[in-house]
Design a protein around this ligand. Structure first.
Ligand code: TYM
Length: 347
C-alpha cells in the first residue's frame, strides 16, 4: 500500500539551537548567533532555546526557567526578530522527545561512544554522567530532522554532532527507502563560517571559550559591563613577542591568534588587515582597541537584554507563539515518520 505523506521537503530551511545554561559569551555570539541573524534576512529560519539539552547536566535544572528566559532575551537583543524567524523553547514542542526515542532505536552505542563532547563533559567520572548526556546527540539529530532542515549554522565544536545527525538520517533512509521509493530525509549541511568558528579561552589558547569554564576571566559574557570587558581583555594571555606583519607568524601563538580572530569578527576585517594596522606595536594598544570594539557591539545588547528581562511576560509570549508555529511543522513530519515505520494507526 502506498504511503501518503503530508510533509514537504523545503528547498532551504535553517535550524539551530542554543542551550540555556547562563554565561552566554562572545563565542556563542560570534560563532552562532551573529550568523543566525544574517540568515534570517533571506531564509526560512527556526531557532530553539534547547532547554531539554540543558537538563542533561543535573545542576542546570536548578535555574532552568530563568536561564531559558535570559538566553531568549540575549538572542532577541542580538537581533533575532520573531517576525522573521521562529524562536521557541524546545520543551514546548513534545515531538522533539518522541522523535529522539525513535532515533535512539536507530543510533548505535558505538556511534555515541565516539562523541568527543560527551568524553569532555563526562570527564573522568563517566559512570556518574546522566544517560541523557550520553544520548544528547540523538536528541540533537531529532531537533534538526524534525523540521527537515537543510542547513545548520553552528560553531566548529558541533561538527561531530552534525555528522551523527547525517548518519542517523542516512540509516533511516536506507531502512525505509524501499517502502517509499525515495529518501525521506535530506542530509543537513553544517554552516561553520569565518574567523569565529572556534573562539578560544582568554586564559588558554588551546581550549575553547566555554560557559562552564570555572574561570570567569576566560570568557567575555554578554552580561559583562565595560569595566569587566576592559579588565578581562587587559589580562588576556598573550606572549612576549611583538605583533607580527605576517599571519603565518601566528602559527605557534594560539592566544595571540585568538585575539586577532575576535578582532576580525567584531570589525569585519581580515586578520591580514588587522596585522597591517598593528604590526610592530605591543599588545597594550591593540587590546585597548579590541576592548572598544567589543564594548561598542555588546553594550547595546546587554542593555536590551536587561530591558527584556524586566518584561519576562513578553519573552514568554514570543516563545509560546514560536512554539505553536514550530509544532505545526514538527507534527506533520512526525506523523509521516510514524506512518513510514508503521507505528501510527490514528492519523
Ligand atoms: P551551545 O549551547 O553549547 O552553543 C551554542 C552555539 O555556540 C557555538 N559555540 C561557539 N562557537 C565558537 N566558539 C566557541 N567557543 C563556542 N562555544 C559555543 C556552538 O557551536 C553552538 O553553535 N548542542 C548544541 C545545541 C543544540 C543544537 C541543536 C545546535 C541542540 N540541538 C540542533 C544546532 C542544531 C550546543 O550545545 O550549543
Amino acid at each position: 500500500m502506498k504511503i501518503m505523506l503530508k510533509s514537504k521537503q523545503p528547498s532551504k530551511r535553517i535550524f539551530s539551537g542554543i542551550q540555556p545554561t547562563g554565561n552566554l559569551h562572545i563565542g556563542n555570539y560570534l560563532g552562532a548567533i551573529k550568523n543566525w541573524i544574517k540568515l534570517q534576512e533571506e531564509d526560512d529560519c527556526i531557532y530553539s532555546i534547547v532547554d531539554l539539552h540543558a537538563m542533561t547536566v543535573p545542576n542546570n535544572l536548578l535555574d532552568i526557567k530563568n536561564s531559558t528566559l535570559e538566553v531568549a532575551a540575549a538572542v532577541i537583543a542580538s537581533g533575532i526578530d520573531p517576525k522573521k524567524s521562529i524562536l521557541f523553547n524546545q520543551s514546548n514542542v513534545p515531538q522533539h522527545t518522541e522523535l529522539a526515542w525513535i532515533f535512539n532505536c536507530i543510533a548505535r552505542i558505538g556511534w555515541l561512544n565516539r562523541m568527543t563532547q560527551f568524553k569532555e563533559k563526562a570527564g573522568k567520572k563517566k559512570d556518574n554522567a546522566t544517560v541523557g548526556l550520553f544520548s544528547y546527540p540523538v536528541l540533537m539529530a531529532a531537533d534538526i530532522l524534525l523540521y527537515k532542515a537543510t542547513h545548520v549554522p553552528v560553531g566548529e565544536d558541533q561538527k561531530q554532532h552534525l555528522e551523527l545527525t547525517r548518519d542517523i538520517a542516512s540509516s533511516f533512509n536506507t531502512t525505509f527507502n524501499k517502502t517509499l521509493d525515495k529518501d525521506f530525509f535530506h542530509l543537513p549541511e553544517p554552516i561553520i563560517l569565518g574567523p569565529a568558528k572556534r573562539i578560544m579561552s582568554l586564559r588558554d589558547g588551546k581550549s575553547k571559550m566555554s560557559k562552564s569554564d570555572t574561570s570567569d576571566g576566560s570568557r567575555i559574557n554578554l552580561m559583562d559591563n565595560k569595566d569587566q570587558i576592559y579588565q578581562k581583555i587587559k589580562r588576556a594571555k598573550t606572549d612576549q613577542h611583538p605583533i607580527p606583519d605576517n599571519i603565518n607568524d601566528l602559527d605557534d601563538r594560539p592566544e595571540a591568534l585568538n585575539l586577532f580572530n575576535i578582532y576580525a569578527s567584531f570589525s569585519n576585517k581580515s586578520v591580514k588587515e588587522i596585522l597591517q594596522q598593528f604590526s610592530g606595536k605591543g599588545f597594550a594598544q591593540f587590546k585597548e582597541s579590541l576592548s572598544d570594539l567589543i564594548i561598542n557591539d555588546i553594550s547595546p545588547i546587554t542593555k536590551e537584554m536587561k530591558h527584556l528581562m524586566n518584561n519576562k511576560d513578553e519573552i514568554i509570549k514570543i516563545l509560546i507563539d514560536g512554539s505553536n508555529k514550530a509544532q505545526e511543522i514538527a507534527n506533520e513530519v512526525l506523523i509521516d515518520i510514524k506512518k513510514i515505520i508503521g507505528i501510527n494507526f490514528k492519523d
